[in-house]
Every structure is written in structure tokens, then in C-alpha cells.
Design a protein around this ligand. Structure first.
Ligand SMILES: [Zn+2]
Length: 315
């Protein structure tokens, strides 16, 4: 072998080594995160910090809104400027459109893109009924009268993939989730915790857990708490310099049913906490008449985000 040929050969080996170590380094950093939100807003309340930190690292982040956000009469009345007893299906559709747009706006504030939001379009308020419906019966939502998936700012997930909506039944929710996990192949899943005070949030946990088991998911499985019992979060108010705290209410440790300290605490910089506040406010400003709801949501702005691992390892 001539010196020149040896030189070329060594050069290609060197280039190969650099290329493989670079791709290995990239592979280690390229996580794929899926945040499951029962309603459009839960994702930023629980996971805005995780979302912006992952996006900043160049990881893939998908937000999956399981319901259309169409089952909250007080908010429908607020958006429509009507009395609560005057709202009809169109007002719930308007609310749904509104909340989905807010999720898209909030995602943009955190550095995400419109296509990172996936709306399954199941009925707000009925996730528990769907999960418990072991005979797989079709459910009609009381406010919209709909019995199949829909989204208003984009196609709902099932329509976007199958050209037709999915009927509101237990097997449809599970089927969509299994399909999504198979397609997205996440390395981290986030969903609301089973101890949450809202039935949709508990049912979201059960559905996502079942889907993860069905596909043999081996990644990390985290839960976040929104409606913690009997009162959560603490301290109340926007406190970007303070961590979440446990406390005792009438002798009971809060949050109820969860270990404290939580197994995972993710620090947020002051700038990240500020952006989290803006992403939460993107959800709230137009919904009038519920200041206590807004201040409760803003109380999730802390110096950290906290997560639990109730399933341990799914393996
Ligand atoms: Zn919710």
C-alpha cells in the first residue's frame, strides 16, 4: 500500500468514526415525548416546563388532547356571553374550537408547532363512562349530542388517519391510543395521575396505561397531578421561586394518595416559569367569570414541575 493510499484509508476510517460517534450522540439526545391531556389545557398546567425543555433540546414533543374540551357549561356560557342555562350545542362547539386554538397558541409559546397538537376528539366529561363501558356501548355526549370524534381547528386524529371519525365507545379510545403509541414510538409518556379528582383525568390514566401495556411499551411513564385532593397545588398563587409543597389538611397529608417527595422533580429557570405562566394565560384570558379557576391554574407556576411513577417499570 502506498503512503498516499494509506493516508486516504486512514482518513476514511477517521471520518467513519466521527460520523458514527456523532450519530450515537444524536440518538442518545433525540427523545420522543408524548403528553396526554384529558382536556386542552392540562398539558401546560402539568408539563409546560418539560415541553419547552425537550423542544429546546431538539426532541420531538407531541401533545395529545383526548377530549374536545366541550363539556364545561360555565366556560361555554362565558365564551358565548350567555347565562349558563341558555347554552346549546353550538356554544359547546364554539368552546371546543376556542380551547383547541388556545392549546395551539400555548404550544407556540413553548416553542412547538401547530402539527405537534393531536386532537382525538372524545367527549369531555364522558371518559370515565367510556372506560367503564365494558359492553362497548356507544355514548352520546349530553351537551353537543355528538356520538363520534371531531375536532374543529383541524381534523380529529381518527379522521386524519382513517378518513372517517371514530364512534364514541371504549374500544375506539383504546384503538386510537394503541395506534398512536405504535406510530409515535415515544421514549417518555406523561398523563394525568390516577389519584386526580376529575374522572376524565383518572380515565385518561387508565386508558393510556392499558394502551401502553397493549403495545409492550418499555419507555418512561410519568404522571402529573392537576386536581389533587383535597386541595392542590400548594403554595397557592404564582410563585416562580418556590417549589411545590406537601402540607397537612385536617391531619391528612396532601396531595392524597401520592408519595411525597415526588419521585421526579424537574427544576425550571425563572424564564421558563415565566413562559409557563404565559402558556397558561393563553388558555384563560377569554373565559370570563371564573377568576378562581384562573388563579388555581396559575398556581402551577413554580420553580419546578413534579411527576410520579405509579407503574414503576412497565416491563
Ligand atoms: Zn382537565
Amino acid at each position: 500500500m502506498s503512503h498516499r493510499r494509506l493516508h486516504v484509508c486512514l482518513k476514511s476510517i477517521l471520518l467513519f468514526v466521527i460520523a458514527t460517534s456523532l450519530s450515537a450522540a444524536f440518538a442518545q439526545r433525540s427523545g420522543s415525548i408524548v403528553i396526554f391531556a384529558p382536556h386542552p389545557d392540562d398539558e401546560v398546567i402539568g408539563c409546560a416546563g418539560i415541553m419547552m425543555q425537550s423542544l429546546a433540546r431538539g426532541e420531538r414533543v407531541k401533545v395529545v388532547a383526548i377530549t374536545s374540551g366541550d363539556g364545561f357549561p360555565g366556560a361555554a356560557a362565558g365564551v358565548a356571553h350567555k347565562a349558563v342555562d341558555q347554552v346549546g350545542p353550538d356554544d359547546f362547539f364554539a368552546l371546543s374550537r376556542f380551547r383547541q386554538l388556545q392549546s395551539r397558541t400555548a404550544l407556540g409559546i413553548l416553542g412547538g408547532k401547530a402539527e405537534d397538537l393531536i386532537v382525538l376528539g372524545y367527549p369531555d366529561g364522558d371518559l370515565g363512562n367510556l372506560y367503564e363501558s365494558t359492553d362497548d356501548k356507544v355514548i352520546r355526549q349530553q351537551f353537543t349530542k355528538k356520538n363520534e370524534t371531531y375536532a374543529l381547528i383541524q381534523k380529529d386524529y381518527h379522521t386524519s388517519v382513517h378518513d372517517k371519525p371514530a364512534v364514541y365507545r371504549r374500544s375506539s379510545v383504546l384503538g386510537d391510543l394503541v395506534e398512536l403509541l405504535t406510530t409515535l414510538q415515544p421514549t417518555e409518556i406523561y398523563v394525568t395521575d390516577e389519584t386526580d379528582g376529575h374522572i376524565d383525568h383518572r380515565a385518561a390514566f387508565w386508558f393510556v396505561r392499558d394502551a401502553a401495556r397493549k403495545v409492550g411499551y418499555k419507555g418512561a411513564f410519568y404522571t402529573y397531578l392537576v386536581h389533587g385532593l383535597p386541595a392542590w397545588p400548594f403554595p397557592t398563587g404564582v410563585t416562580p421561586n418556590q417549589p411545590f409543597e406537601s402540607r397537612k389538611v385536617k391531619g391528612e397529608v396532601v396531595p392524597r394518595g401520592l408519595p411525597w417527595p415526588p419521585p421526579r422533580r424537574v427544576p425550571l429557570t425563572h424564564e421558563q416559569a415565566e413562559r409557563k405562566l404565559r402558556s397558561i394565560q393563553a388558555h384563560n384570558i377569554p373565559v370570563v367569570g371564573m377568576p378562581e379557576h384562573q388563579s388555581e391554574m396559575e398556581s402551577f407556576v413554580k420553580s419546578e414541575e413534579v411527576f410520579w411513577t405509579p407503574l414503576g417499570s412497565l416491563q
